[in-house]
Design a protein around this ligand. Sequence first.
Ligand SMILES: [Zn+2]
Length: 244
Amino acid sequence: MKVAHFRFYAELNDFLPPSRRFVAFRESFEVRGSVKDMIESLGVPHTEVDLILANGESVDFSYLVQEGDRISVYPVFESIDITPVLRVRPRPLRQTRFVLDIHLGRLANYLRMLGFDALYRNDYRDEELARLSCEQERILLTRDRNLLKRRAVQHGYCLRETRPRRQLLEVLARFDLSGSMGAFTRCLRCNGLLEAVAKEQIADRLPPQTREHYQEFHQCASCGRVYWKGSHYQRMRQFIESLG
Ligand SMILES: [Zn+2]
């Protein structure tokens, strides 16, 4: 049996049993394996990892762990300055777009409400989610660690919170999004973009009360759904203000 020493930093410790959190620990192994496989076997999805040091040198996921190695593993967006050393993925996704697993419908709705590109369907299968994340460079949001361990997934995030409103706050904080919200620019039903539309063009589709009281309308460029600033809008405003 060979032994390597591992130390995980910051929120990566969420994935470890208590005795292994925030300390260096020994891990025995028989066959030399890639550092990616060893990190995942310890419970941490590779999508959470941004930097790996082996004996102080940055290495990529394919690095083969050796007897006696000291491996330090850092999360995405760790605040210490790691720019001079190599990160395991080419670059963070600056155009923040998401694809969400089938359990996160409410969160998808909230993200769309704030204008974020959030792909969601309640019938996506795991391999579709992984493929969409890869092909469209979307951050895969899920609470399922195994989903994030799929090879195709480059950018993902494992939500810690279980309640949708808290999940939204978690995502906004994690990806530093509070400055890039564009509330009421996206369709809640299909994720399409909204554009202003003249009342005459859609008047025949409005309930009589709405036709009488509202003048300003937006329409989804993808599915055609019409939006106006009715009571639903006021409730969403309140919700957004409550996020602080
Ligand atoms: Zn739509």
